[in-house]
Design a binder for this molecule. Structure first.
Ligand SMILES: [Zn+2]
Length: 474
């Protein structure tokens, strides 16, 4: 287990073309506490007529419009979104950008789906031009869907990592991503030749990208079935030896996968699936385990005790027939595990975290744990940020945080307008948006205080250029 808590990540160097001051007026929503441990009303921060003020890419004030507007610097124009909601930018804790073109591939469960669809597509990412075109599509689609940060798997090829960070840095986004490491049970042409080679390739990528712009490198062994013990050890060592990086992998997604892993990592000496990762130094703050559908009590306890995070990916779990996540076990008082929301594109069928939240509600309902609107939006903002140990930087409108935020339109469609135009409470409005919302609901997306996407005025996201030199900390 790693002893550090909330490991620091580099901050971007100040750029001469950074925005000076951005001020937006609307209904401000964020979270001051955990709605899974406190009543939602106590966890929610809501300002009916609010003003959000950002300077140099950070939030400097969030509160009552009448009070704050008088303190604005001269010449600042307030952008008015009076009947809209302003929330932190959505944060996704699990996605594969290299699978954008195989979304909705038919008819398989996880092991066959990987062999038939995923691996043949991911081998294409040795071509830098192809990788760059998909990376650009992915980043644009994230912003169009209101997602300002995502934790992302690239392909096994280092070129796939270069392509994604080039695109995300160009847009000023805080993206967390890394090269997939694997050395068995996939197409031979895409396997790492040895754990040592994979370590060296990843170390070079960390040196090239971690801390450039707002980039955070994530050590990314795909999952235990495609990794030898040596490869898992290399991943654990890589993470430990590069402070500030994160770690991501898959766990306990599909019952057949669990049996396959048990065959490769027998019990004893391994106690269970989580123990396979723990014995290779992969648990701790900043590690995010995707799916966690079929975990046992001991595994949940070890995630809690080590400060590890989980990404709940309901759309993917339903599409691949993997199973129903047990949120109640994840948020058990006294054993709370940080949980975020992930699209898991392309196992998931949409990059929209609003549509993903809707699926999370339905999975919760089937498990007799129906979540309210505050809990669903918490998962898609502060929850994911906390799972990644980035909650001190993103996922909140609290002053001091980075100025990634979105504007949601409760009247985005006639049906949504009809549902939300009454005298409903903010809790009910949030629930409607979480269950009925999609990309059309996202009116605007701001990255580091600058408009990066507007539904009605620009067909494609406006690129944000930040200084591409390395930040002062590493
Ligand atoms: Zn995945």
């Amino acid at each position: 287990m790693r002893s550090s808590n909330a490991p620091d990540v580099p901050h971007p160097a100040r750029s001469h073309d950074c925005p000076s001051t951005t001020a937006v007026r609307g209904r401000l929503v964020w979270f001051r506490d955990d709605p899974f441990l406190r009543p939602s009303a106590e966890a929610l921060e809501y300002v009916e007529d609010g003003l959000l003020v950002c300077q140099e890419g950070r939030i400097v004030a969030a509160g009552d419009y009448g009070r704050l507007v008088r303190a604005l610097p001269p010449g600042v124009t307030v952008e008015s979104y009076r009947d809209k909601l302003i929330l932190p930018g959505l944060v996704g804790s699990h996605a594969h950008y290299v699978q954008m073109r195989i979304i909705a591939s038919y008819g398989e469960q996880l092991p066959e789906w990987l062999q038939d669809y995923v691996y043949p597509e991911e081998v294409r990412f040795t071509d830098p031009a192809y990788a760059r075109s998909i990376a650009a599509l992915f980043c644009d689609e994230l912003l169009r869907n209101g997602t300002t940060t995502a934790m992302v798997y690239c392909a096994p090829s280092p070129q796939s990592v270069d392509a994604l960070f080039e695109e995300s840095v160009g847009r000023g986004m805080r993206l967390v991503a890394g090269k997939v490491m694997m050395d068995r049970n996939a197409l031979p042409g895409m396997l790492d030749s040895s754990p040592e080679q994979a370590y060296e390739d990843c170390a070079k990528l960390i040196d090239r990208w971690h801390g450039v712009g707002r980039s955070v490198y994530a050590v990314t062994p795909r999952f235990a079935f495609t990794c030898t013990p040596g490869m898992l050890s290399a991943a654990g060592a890589l993470w430990r030896e590069h402070p500030g990086t994160r770690l991501q992998t898959h766990v306990s997604e599909n019952t057949r996968e669990i049996e396959l892993v048990k065959g490769l990592f027998p019990r004893p000496p391994y106690k269970d699936y989580i123990d396979v990762y723990e014995k290779h130094g992969m648990l701790g703050p900043g590690a995010v385990f995707a799916h966690a559908v079929h975990l046992g009590k001991r595994e949940w306890r070890r995630l809690h005790e080590t400060g590890s995070g989980v990404s709940h990916c309901p759309s993917s779990n339903l599409f691949l027939g993997s199973g129903l996540f047990r949120m109640k076990r994840a948020v058990k008082p006294g054993r709370r595990v940080p949980v975020g929301l992930g699209s898991d594109v392309a196992g998931g069928t949409s990059l929209s975290l609003l549509q993903t939240a809707s699926e999370a509600y339905k999975v919760g309902a089937l498990r007799r744990y129906p979540m309210d609107g505050v809990q669903l939006f918490y998962l898609a903002t502060t929850g994911s940020a906390t799972a990644m140990r980035l909650e001190h930087l993103i996922g909140s409108l609290e002053p001091g945080h980075e100025a990634d935020f979105i504007v949601l339109d409760p009247a985005a469609t006639p049906t949504l307008d009809a549902r939300t135009s009454g005298d409903d409470s903010i809790d009910d409005l949030l629930f409607s948006l979480a269950v009925m919302g999609d990309d059309r609901t996202v009116l605007a997306t701001y990255v580091a205080g600058r408009l990066a996407h507007h539904r009605d005025t620009c067909p494609a996201p406006m690129p944000v250029r930040l200084n591409e030199t390395r930040g002062p900390e590493k």
